[in-house]
Design a protein around this ligand. Structure first.
Ligand code: GLC
Length: 537
């Protein structure tokens, strides 16, 4: 493995939800010029790349994940010229730009779909997944929509059903059609030629469905099986089909035409990641295990070991603690008086792993879910499942920049309400407070960037059955670092598996102390919620 600094491997990626980052024109929705105005902040934070959730023309049924034109910018976000300017100014600061590509489906208002549904003999009929009704006149098979309800929508005009894995306003493309495939490759080329550094492929595991459209078998259990019929099936036939291998190779070859570009795929779990990452596949696949892990050190250790153990040497891991689909990490791990202390330990956990960290905007402030009432909810699954599930709006509220009106996000009332804690939780306040979550992120990001051990070193756990906290060595040929994390609000004596030499370490970082922890034999004393990084002297 090369030791050259690669942004997608050694660096950190910061996810921006453009509607909510910075509004520059006062319409209450964030935009490209707003992001451009905040590039200095991102540079100061120390991230290597920004991934923008979709910015293309869209009727916004799924807030941009329903694209009606792949090669333009939605006017709410700006123009192509403003995009070019954003890319140029990001690059000038050493920040790469990664675009979200939604290739599983389009908007139902995309001209391709309008053509496709206009008649059975339309030249684009086969660009989407059309089937005759089942024998009873109902849907052709039992596939469900991820967002609730059946995966099939009947089109009275042409007497057939079309398949949509998400909303009925998001019809799935037919990847078996060579014209579709060629068109989407052209889309990639269009953006690569404009200078983007990579892509995040939305639900990349779903492009191909079973050619025979077989029914999915039932699943015995599922975490949310009571709520969603989707979770009461094993998804054998509506995703993750072998035909994908060849498409991955084609996308990879195109992206690699210019060295230094990379793509990350959204997949469901580790087993899928194994099929989607590799020299002829994608550079990275999201690892969502940290999103599903409760605040218990043993579970995090096992998640890390699972990845390290299964991913082949040529595949590089990733770690995700937050994104636009899941509860804010500070909420998941327990909102309340200690949520900031926990958020700093979580930051240290994320930023000291062997694997590319993905940071969701606002997590560097310890932002928590914004409580919204039923009539404030805009996200379709939230509307459907309220109050059992509120959807994703609570994690998509405006970035909190300052104590000014609307948190400095906009001059006018934003599309989603600002969290009421913004007067204290904002970038300006956090910059002024040395103990803030933001300053923890900055320190950890700077350390990761300058540390070969944190970037590439192997991981060796020092506590075999962790209860209160984790301790691990990150070991690279040039450097060794020791990381120790106390997950709880009381001082603990971590019991290491073997003795560590005392008085042999210097403090590189601590969230809670200015001293090296007391090490006596195989015990290391950590302060409440202390995350500490030590280096041998
Ligand atoms: C992905 C996105 C999610 C979107 C869905 C449909 O899961 O992360 O936000 O709603 O795909 O495109």
């Amino acid at each position: 493995m090369t030791s050259e600094y690669l942004w997608w491997q050694d660096g950190t990626v910061y996810q921006i939800y453009p509607r909510s980052f910075q509004d520059s024109n006062g319409d209450g929705v964030g935009d490209l010029n707003g992001i451009r105005q905040r590039l200095d902040y991102l540079q100061g934070l120390g991230v290597d790349a920004i991934w923008l959730s979709p910015i293309y023309p869209s009727p916004m049924y799924d807030f941009g994940y329903d694209i009606s034109d792949y090669v333009d910018i939605d006017p709410v976000f700006g123009t192509l010229a403003e995009f070019d300017q954003l890319v140029a100014e990001a690059h000038a600061r050493g920040i790469r730009v990664v675009l979200d590509m939604v290739f599983n489906h389009t908007s139902h208002l995309h001209p391709w779909f309008l053509d496709s549904r206009s008649g059975r003999d339309n030249a684009r009929r086969d660009w989407y997944l059309w089937r005759d009704p089942g024998p009873d006149g109902g849907p052709p098979n039992n596939w469900e929509s991820t967002f609730g309800g059946k995966g099939w929508e009947y089109d009275a005009g042409t007497g057939q059903y079309y398949y949509h894995q998400f909303l009925k306003e998001q019809p799935d493309l037919n990847w078996r059609n060579p014209e579709v495939r060629a068109k989407l490759m052209e889309v990639l080329r269009f953006w690569l030629d404009r200078g983007v550094d990579g892509f995040r492929f939305d639900v990349v595991m779903s492009f191909f469905k079973d050619e025979l459209y077989r029914d999915n078998p039932p699943a015995l259990t599922g975490p949310t099986a009571l709520l969603r019929a989707f979770d009461r099936q094993q998804h054998l036939y509506d995703r993750d089909r072998p035909e994908m291998t060849d498409v991955l190779a084609e996308m990879r070859a195109l992206i690699d035409e210019v060295p230094g570009r990379a793509a990350v795929g959204e997949v469901d779990d580790l087993d899928m990641a194994l099929r989607f990452v590799g020299p002829d596949r994608l550079h990275l696949a999201f690892n969502f295990d940290f999103l599903l892990t409760r605040w218990l050190p043993r579970l995090f250790m096992e998640a890390i070991q699972r990845y390290d153990g299964k991913l082949p040497a040529e595949a590089w891991p990733s770690y995700v603690l937050g994104n636009h689909d899941r509860d804010r990490l500070a909420t998941r791990f327990g909102a309340g008086p200690f949520s900031d202390a926990r958020a700093k330990v979580a930051a240290a956990l994320l930023l000291t792993q062997r694997g590319t960290p993905f940071i969701y905007y606002g997590d560097e402030l310890g932002m928590v879910n914004t409580p919204l009432s039923r009539d404030e909810i805009l996200d379709p699954p939230g509307k459907l499942y309220w109050p059992l599930y509120q959807g994703r709006d609570p994690v998509r509220t405006p970035m909190q920049w300052s104590a000014d009106a609307y948190a400095g996000f906009s001059a006018n009332s934003p599309w989603l309400r600002v969290h009421p804690d913004y007067a204290n939780r904002n970038v300006a306040a956090h910059e002024a407070d040395p103990a803030s979550v933001l300053n923890a992120y900055k320190a950890l990001l700077a350390m990761r960037r300058s540390s070969p051990a944190l970037r590439r070193g192997t991981t060796r756990f020092l506590v075999k059955r962790p209860v209160e906290g984790l301790a691990y060595l990150r070991e690279a040929p040039e450097q060794t670092l020791l990381v120790a994390l106390n997950f709880f609000g009381w001082a603990v004596d971590l019991r290491l598996d073997g003795p560590l030499p005392a008085n042999h370490w210097k403090l590189r970082y601590s969230t809670a102390s200015t001293d090296v922890p007391r090490i006596m034999g195989n015990r290391m004393r950590l302060q409440p919620f202390e995350a500490v990084i030590l280096e041998p002297v």
